[in-house]
Write a protein that binds this ligand. Structure first.
Ligand SMILES: [Zn+2]
Ligand SMILES: [Zn+2]
Length: 146
């Protein structure tokens, strides 16, 4: 069987769950499938979409699942100040852009910056994050109140 590269389709999702040693359950499958469709979603959005197929699903249950998915590296979390965190399927390393008006999050293909020369001399830095902040195209186009 071919190596599963992209996380689209239920078979790929099932394989990913098995790869990290998580038992495949209906709710896990649905939640991960919602995330595999792409984007950065908060718990409420994930719960609402997965619930359409499952019938019943609490956001508390989704929280629990997301915690397991994060621990196993399947899913990554992005914190938004003042707004609920969003989750995405883990992929190649990337940075983020955050709309300061509506909270929309988009991926930015960029490598993490290195600390300025001479700073953090005693450190071994393993990762860095850049968040580009501003207004997304939708929010830019709102009529100005001036
Ligand atoms: Zn926006
Ligand atoms: Zn992302």
């Amino acid at each position: 069987m071919a190596v599963v590269e992209d996380l689209t389709g239920r078979e790929a999702v099932i394989q990913r769950l098995r790869d990290v040693g998580l038992r495949v359950t209906g709710p896990r499958l649905e939640v991960l499938t919602v995330l595999a469709a792409g984007g950065h979603l908060d718990v409420e959005a994930i719960t609402a979409t997965a619930r359409e197929r499952l019938g019943t699903l609490t956001s508390q249950a989704v929280y629990e699942m997301l915690r397991h998915f994060q621990e196993t590296g399947l899913v990554s979390k992005f914190d938004r100040p003042g707004l609920p965190a969003v989750f995405e399927i883990s992929g190649p390393a990337h940075q983020h852009a955050l709309c300061q008006s509506c909270g929309r999050v988009e991926n930015v293909t960029a490598t993490a910056p290195a600390p300025p020369r001479g700073s953090l001399p005693e450190w071994r830095v393993s990762d860095a994050e850049v968040v580009f902040k501003g207004l997304c195209p939708d929010c830019r186009e709102e009529p100005s109140s001036r």
